[in-house]
Design a protein around this ligand. Structure first.
Ligand code: LLP
Length: 435
């Protein structure tokens, strides 16, 4: 990666409007990352509140004047302090478990703006969500419809439902994160949807309120969205013609971010196109819902890490850092690229070498970046970029490593939103066998 030259005016990193070098020192909003690393230790997640709100604003601009609800897909980052930002901004939430429901409520989210997705909701989770009074269950199978109807009936309630339809559109993303294809476990098949809607409408514990789809994640192209919208609107026409009114259409999430020269459309530009199609097909007045995750938080976060050792080798040089696959699982899981940049620039003339940047976990899959040109020494700090989504929420304790601390930056203010996990935290639920 090319390093910007020394400057007094902040130079934002591409795709990261609130992460910038000022006088060769990397900042998130107005706060120097070197100071945060010193004061809070590493690995350390640092999030920009302004970046989250600006990503949200792009969607809000896209939906100006429309009846639309943005439900943040909290699986992307479910830390309470992050949820609070979106709750205070009036967002709803897309949840996939009873645990996520409890988190939203603890963060001050509005239950009525919650939609509950996922192929494997348990009866306990259904009861919990019905008791909380969530806005909609996004049901993913006929069997789930039956169970939800019976659970709601025993509570003398009618569960609000939408059925997730599978538009069979290829989102052209990594196979592990494409979800709207025939071979995926999600949703019901397009050709079965009308029959399943008729079944749902006949069940006394259900109230059909909408239709939804979600075709995948890290989508950088507009075409799959436009195709999916056509396929879903065909179903809306057929379902309503069968006498089942649909109050809302939920188009899911999936919009990508810039990790490495990716060029996803801006949320407002994407929605200009999608709304034009909705209008052209006569559905512009319908209530819209969306479930964005990554695009709201991904580029709002960085993971700060310290270089522990440089290990030159015959075939490879290794830069061993104190963050690992338990903190940043995306490279190991999806061969994902995260940019890695120095926290303090060494200035022009500094010698670069090519490194595999790896963590301390005992697995060859524990790499964070391959073949990165870096000018580094042990003790330096590096920032792993685009670490706001699907990093902390997928972090683990593998190798009995405590999960990192998290900070939320708001201008010049630094808020600790999660303290570093220690080994006592990790051992709390365990016990030795006695007698
Ligand atoms: N709605 C549903 C039903 C979903 O399954 C997902 C993500 C979203 C919304 C949010 O999608 P987003 O806007 O964040 O793309 N761990 C993977 C991503 C898994 C996405 C799972 N579903 C990764 O790190 O790339």
């Amino acid at each position: 990666m090319n390093h910007p030259v020394t400057q007094a005016v902040p130079v934002a990193l591409p795709g990261h409007p609130f992460v910038a070098y000022r006088n060769d020192s990397l900042q998130v909003e107005n706060v120097a990352l070197s100071t945060l690393a010193r004061e809070h230790g590493t690995p350390l997640f640092v999030y920009s509140k302004a970046a989250m709100l600006s990503a949200l604003a792009a969607y809000q601009r896209g939906f100006a004047g429309r009846d639309a609800q943005i439900c943040y897909a909290m699986k992307a980052n479910s830390s309470l302090g992050v949820l609070q930002v979106f709750a205070q901004a009036g967002c709803g939430f897309d949840i996939v478990s009873g645990g996520e429901l409890e988190r939203v409520l603890a963060a001050g989210g509005d239950a009525q703006k919650i939609i509950f997705s996922g192929v494997g909701k348990t009866r306990t989770e259904m009861r919990q969500a019905l008791t909380a009074g969530i806005g909609c269950f996004n049901v993913e199978s006929e069997a789930e419809l039956e169970v939800l109807s019976s659970v709601a009936s025993t509570m003398n309630l009618r569960a609000p439902v939408s059925i997730r339809v599978n538009p069979n559109v290829d989102p052209k993303t990594h196979p592990y994160i494409s979800t709207g294809l025939k071979g995926n476990k999600f949703g019901v098949a397009h050709e079965d949807a009308l029959r399943i809607y008729q079944h749902a409408a006949s069940l006394k514990g259900l109230q059909v309120v909408g239709i939804d789809c979600h075709i995948g994640s890290q989508i950088t192209d507009t075409a799959p969205y436009l195709d999916a919208m056509d396929r879903v609107l065909d179903l809306v026409t057929a379902i309503e013609a069968a006498g089942i009114p649909l109050a809302h259409i939920d188009f899911g999430g999936g919009l990508g971010i810039n990790y490495n020269d990716d060029a996803p459309p801006a949320a407002d530009a994407l929605w200009r196109l999608l709304l034009a199609k909705l209008d052209a097909r006569g559905y512009g007045g319908k209530k819209l819902m969306i479930e964005p995750g990554r695009s709201l938080v991904g580029n709002a976060g960085v993971c700060l890490t310290e270089v522990l050792y440089l290990k030159p080798g015959e075939q490879k040089n290794f830069c061993i850092i104190d963050a690992a696959m338990n903190d940043l699982p995306r490279p190991a899981l999806y061969q994902a690229f995260h940019a890695i940049v120095p926290v303090a620039l060494r200035g022009t003339g500094a010698v670069e070498a090519t490194y595999d940047v790896v963590g301390p976990v005992c697995e060859s899959g524990d790499w964070i970046g391959h073949d990165r040109a870096l000018s580094v020494a042990a003790g330096d700090h590096l920032a792993v970029l685009s670490a706001g989504a699907y990093c902390m929420s997928m972090a683990s304790n593998y190798n009995t490593r405590g999960r990192a601390a998290e900070l939320l930056i708001d201008g010049s203010q630094v808020h600790l939103i999660r303290r570093r996990e220690n080994v006592q935290d990790q051992m709390r639920q365990e016990q030795l066998v006695t007698a």
